[in-house]
Design a binder for this molecule. Structure first.
Ligand SMILES: [Zn+2]
Length: 343
């Protein structure tokens, strides 16, 4: 082989060694200048082409060109490698810190925690139960008559392949399970997901979150219920709200009442949120039906109790001015970030 071609091969080997030895942006830059810089060794060789003997000039030129391409590509690759290492190691102490992506609680979680916190302070324990329930715990034990429309498959989601099993329609089965397992006094709140055969729209979702409260002891009265519910809503919505109990029917309680609170936004004068009525409907309540106490083995001649429930999504929509329930389940981070922090 001609010595001029050997010279190019030797230079290529030296270049490879220098590139692999380079361990910093400065040292690879130095290699770049030395080999492919305007006054580097490759540029120098290009100047010599005219002086190379004619019979090998073609081969020399070709080899030199491919050496230049090789040098450019390899040096470029090394520069990128070193930059990446730099980033991983984070070695530049003069750069401002990278922002830390901070998570926040889901608005439903915020309100559920707030509800639990208020009841904990009043001496209530938090109980949870299965979301897949049997018909007995979800309906029969709760005194739901056979004819009640909520039992229908058009309202309730039954499991296709397991008879008498369903997705619970309330967290009330947790109350049944607690009363079966404990003797009074019982003071619990049961938060959790419940399911209905509903088509989703702005105010309905086939899955939503409920909190129910239960208090069973000797001498528990309707006025205890009214006092506790009032205190709860004053903690949650503001110390000036008042409550209103309207007679209603629920199978589980007798007597039963719907609970309204005075609108915390207009003080009861009427506004857009309360649809000018001054009142907002917030949930059901009542005295536990003696049939229910008997079913779970608690003597209704000795003990009485009350229960009440509220929808967490509804309360969250009210408190944060959210007008479509579906926003809670889309997990759009632009929506969820607006509720950052604690409540
Ligand atoms: Zn209002």
């Amino acid at each position: 082989m001609h010595e001029k071609i050997v010279e190019l091969q030797t230079l290529r080997e030296a270049l490879e060694k220098d590139i692999s030895k380079a361990d910093s942006p400065d040292s690879i830059e130095e290699v770049r200048v030395r080999y492919i810089g305007r006054k580097g060794s490759i540029a120098d060789l290009f100047k010599q082409i005219g002086r190379v003997e004619p019979q090998i000039r073609g081969e020399f030129g070709k080899t030199l060109n491919s050496l230049k391409q090789f040098a450019t590509a390899e040096i470029e690759r090394k520069v990128k490698d070193l930059e990446q290492q730099e980033t991983v190691a984070g070695v530049d102490p003069t750069l401002p810190p990278r922002p830390v992506a901070q998570g926040s609680y889901h608005p439903i979680t915020l309100i559920e925690r707030e509800v639990k916190r208020i009841f904990s302070r009043m001496g209530f324990a938090v109980m949870r139960g299965p979301e897949v329930e049997d018909v007995w715990h979800n309906f029969d034990a709760l005194n739901t008559p056979e004819w009640h429309p909520s039992r229908d498959a058009s309202d309730t989601l039954y499991l296709a392949d397991v008879p008498d099993m369903l997705l619970r329609t309330e967290t009330s089965p947790v109350q049944i399970r607690t009363m079966q397992a404990q003797k009074p006094p019982i003071r619990i709140v049961a938060p959790g997901r419940v399911f209905r055969n509903d088509k989703p729209d702005a105010t309905h979702s086939p899955m939503f979150t409920q909190v129910e409260g239960l208090y069973v002891d000797k001498g528990v009265t309707f006025s205890d219920l009214k006092g506790t519910v009032l205190q709860f809503y004053r903690h949650l919505l503001g110390k000036n709200v008042v409550t209103r109990f309207r007679p209603h029917f629920f199978p589980f309680t007798e007597p039963s009442a719907e609970v309204d609170v005075s609108c915390p936004f207009c003080g009861g004068n009427g506004c857009r949120v309360c649809k000018q009525s001054g009142w907002i409907e917030v949930g059901g309540s009542g005295m536990v039906d003696p049939n229910v106490l008997e079913t779970v083995g608690i003597d209704p001649e000795v003990y009485t109790g009350w229960a009440f429930g509220l929808g967490v999504e509804r309360m969250t929509m009210l408190l944060y001015g959210v007008d479509d329930i579906r926003l809670f389940y889309e997990n759009d981070i632009r929506f969820l970030q607006q509720f950052g922090g604690r409540r």
